[in-house]
Design a binder for this molecule. Structure first.
Ligand code: PEP
Length: 251
């Protein structure tokens, strides 16, 4: 039987009470009560977790957060802990998104610590890895993604089988430029092998592709043997497009 795919939307810093309600209503109207072959999540800005938790209740749409603190509690102004996210029914949290690495200076060690806190609270970390264009052009793609993932494997030991990994080439995020299915598969196969060296459960770890996935290119990307789903930014804000990607993952 084919493994269940995961389609996760990343709303980034977009939305409003009214827009979120309209989007969730449209998604609910377009989704069957029970999804087959595919799980769906939306990673929403922190202030909207409670709203989206209640808008998604009773639907197959699961709640995700976009970041988590590497600390448990205390004097960390602006941060939210994994246990706080858990209180809002958060099922997944993105860690190490390239925008966090780039604009907030998150290191591989910080990302690994965030993944650890999420796992300890029962929230599944979606560990984002990916190379910049300069790194790809310098032939460093595999070295970069392997280094980013190695930090998380090192910090999390046997719990590593509980994570999700998202390969997101930085040059493909929000640019309209997608990795070809072959380029993405090549990296996913390397990540799978790296996970297999750390756990016997590597085959169950969902490996998502992210970077300008849309209604047109999703099916081909999702048909690759090691692509188990998608992390979808821009297209997740448009109900019709997001529903088409979900449909492509549900076949
Ligand atoms: C993302 O933000 O994780 C992402 C993949 O964005 P986009 O789909 O817009 O490239």
């Amino acid at each position: 039987m084919a493994k269940q795919k995961l389609i996760a939307g990343n709303w980034k810093m977009n939305g409003s009470l009214a827009a979120n309600e309209a989007l969730l209503q449209a998604l609910r109207a377009g989704l069957p009560q029970q999804l087959s072959g595919c799980a769906v999540a939306v990673a929403v800005p922190a202030p909207y977790l409670a709203q989206v938790q209640s808008l998604a209740a009773g639907s197959p749409i699961q709640l995700a957060a976009q970041d988590v603190s590497q600390h448990d509690a205390g004097a960390y102004t602006g941060e939210a802990s994994a246990s706080m996210l858990r209180e809002f029914g958060v099922r997944y949290v993105l860690v190490g998104h390239s925008e966090r690495r780039q604009y907030h200076g998150e290191s591989d060690v910080t990302v690994a610590a965030k993944a650890q806190k999420a796992l300890a609270a029962g929230v599944t970390p979606v560990v984002c890895v990916g190379e910049t264009l300069a790194e790809r052009e310098a032939g460093l793609t595999m070295e970069v993604v392997r280094r980013q993932l190695a930090a998380v494997i090192h910090a999390n030991g046997h719990c590593i089988s509980e994570i999700v990994v998202a390969y997101e080439p930085v040059w493909a995020i929000g640019t309209g430029r997608t990795a070809s299915p072959e380029q993405a598969q090549e990296v996913h196969a390397v990540l799978r092998l790296q996970l297999a060296a750390a756990t016997q459960q590597a085959d169950r770890i969902p490996l998502l592709y992210g970077g300008s996935m849309n209604a047109t290119n999703a099916a081909q990307l999702l048909a690759q043997p090691d692509i188990d789903g998608g992390l979808v930014g821009g297209a997740s804000l448009k109900a019709a497009d997001f529903l088409q990607i979900i449909a492509a993952a549900s076949v």
